[in-house]
Design a protein around this ligand. Structure first.
Ligand code: CMC
Length: 435
């Protein structure tokens, strides 16, 4: 972060002689940012920005998004290049450490992650406490939070070695927890991880294999899963990442912080959208019913949104949606599926929406979730597991952002202010005097 030249913004309060000069901060990319840290002490006012649409909550070197141009970079590398040439664990290393690994670093990192895939045997008992029909995200919140209770000796957040080992644990154990949540929901035995497999391959193995027979993961499907994980690995200061940072700013341990992130991801406006897209497509059912559905979306009183469309930051095509759409073709071709009614319906829905004034004028384009549900379904993953898959991928982003925050010397507890519009101070009225 540079404070270039004399860049500053002068703010004065009309009708008073109060004014303040606020520094303008310049990142390496993106618009400049007004530093308002001294605003209250200089002018006695706060800023009001519900939903943080105009507020940079932190300084970060991890992910950059240009929403107008539809650009997403991890540590400076375009998402398209990483999705094409890299692997999820290599991207995980990049997000955590800032640079791509060399051969030795890559082998050591992959070995390190894959050696932590097993869960403490006592964690098995946590699963039995849930109803069989528990949503996997409820199971994930509970079990990930419970990990805090298994690693008392390495919970010092100020110890770099503790931070490193817990990053490995979280990235490595999430697929096992998610796969076991699924196995529990369908009454099948838990499959132990296989460390000789790749990260995505092992995830598909634990989800689909059973102990009674051999199971070989299709490499094209494993590659598609790996790509989905890369695309979801980080997305700068979104709701769940900001939740992780806020929880982490109090000094809470990383397992508790990631559990908080999982809870935040669950909502349909965020990670739950991929599940909601499939529900919406099944509800529409047929191309003939698209116009009727679009009319409902445009009706302000219906509260119906076109799920998988729109984004707080992207006012252009989400670059991840393009890659997912292409990967969808590859998976359907590999599986020999010539006509996939859901995919056809989604393509037609997208075509109609992109030509409709309502969506054009509001700059609403498909986001990552519009096609991710279709591809996950083709990979044999049931709808109720979609958001859990997102959580598996995003864990590395959450951990990287948490680590960056803890290592930032200017880090303080996150504590927003408010515009109070409640009753002014008044005196307590005894019960017998109340009307
Ligand atoms: N369908 C119909 N109208 C929409 C949609 C949509 N999907 N998204 C936004 N709008 C309209 C909205 O009604 C509002 O109209 P008006 O100005 O007339 O009141 C305008 O566009 C701006 O919307 P907003 O709600 O103020 O925008 P936001 O930045 O607060 O919300 C969003 C972003 C992603 C929550 C929203 O676009 C949405 O609900 N999309 C559907 C859910 C979805 O696909 N979520 C996944 C997001 S990407 C993955 C992730 O982050 O997890």
């Amino acid at each position: 972060m540079n404070e270039k030249g004399n860049g500053s913004v002068t703010l004065s309060i009309a009708g008073t002689n109060k004014s303040a000069s606020l520094p303008l901060l310049h990142g390496t990319m993106g618009p400049p940012v007004i530093d308002i840290r001294e605003l209250y002490s200089s002018l006695g006012v706060f800023t009001f920005d519900p939903g943080y649409a105009a507020t940079a909550s932190c300084e970060s070197k991890i992910t950059y998004i240009d929403g107008e141009a539809g650009i997403l970079l991890y540590r400076g590398y375009p998402i398209e290049q990483l999705a094409e040439h890299s692997s999820f664990l290599e991207v995980a290393y990049l997000l955590l450490n800032g640079e791509l690994p060399n051969k030795a670093e890559k082998a050591e990192f992959e070995g390190g992650v894959m050696r932590h895939t097993m869960l403490h045997e006592q964690i098995r008992s946590f699963f039995n406490g849930f109803r069989r029909d528990a949503h996997p995200m409820a199971v994930l919140c509970g079990v990930v939070g419970a990990l805090s209770a298994f690693y008392h000796d390495t919970l010092d957040i100020n110890n770099p070695e503790h931070r490193r080992i817990n990053a490995f644990r979280l990235i490595a154990k999430m697929p096992t927890i998610a796969a076991w949540a699924y196995k529990y929901s369908i009454g099948q035995p838990f499959m132990y991880p296989r460390n000789d497999l790749g990260y995505a391959e092992n995830l598909l193995y634990m989800m689909n294999a059973v102990p009674a027979e051999p199971y070989k993961v299709n490499p094209v499907l494993a590659r598609a899963m790996d790509r989905i994980l890369i695309l979801h690995a980080d997305h700068e200061q979104n709701a769940s990442t900001s939740t992780v940072r806020l929880a982490g700013s109090t000094g809470a341990n990383p397992f508790a912080c990631i559990a908080a992130g999982i809870a935040s991801l669950w909502g349909p406006a965020h990670g739950g959208a991929n599940e909601a897209v499939l529900k919406m497509l099944s509800e529409i059912g047929h191309k003939d019913r698209i116009p009727e559905f679009i009319a409902r979306v445009k009706d302000k009183n219906s509260h119906q949104r076109l799920m998988g469309f729109g984004h707080r930051v992207y006012k252009n095509y989400d670059p991840r949606a393009k890659i997912i759409q292409r990967t969808c073709y590859e998976v359907l071709e590999e599986l020999g599926i010539k006509d996939n009614p859901l995919f056809d319906l989604a393509m037609e829905l997208e075509r109609i929406a992109l030509n409709d004034d309502y969506f054009i004028s509001k700059k609403l384009y498909p986001n990552v979730d519009f096609y991710s549900g279709i591809i996950l379904k083709a990979l044999g993953i049931p709808e109720h597991m979609f958001t859990a898959m997102f959580a598996v991928a995003r864990t590395v982003g959450w951990v990287s952002q948490w680590k960056e925050m803890i290592e930032d010397p200017s880090q303080r507890i996150g504590r927003p202010r408010q515009l109070y519009t409640g009753t002014p101070q008044r005196d307590y009225v005894p019960l017998e005097q109340r009307g």
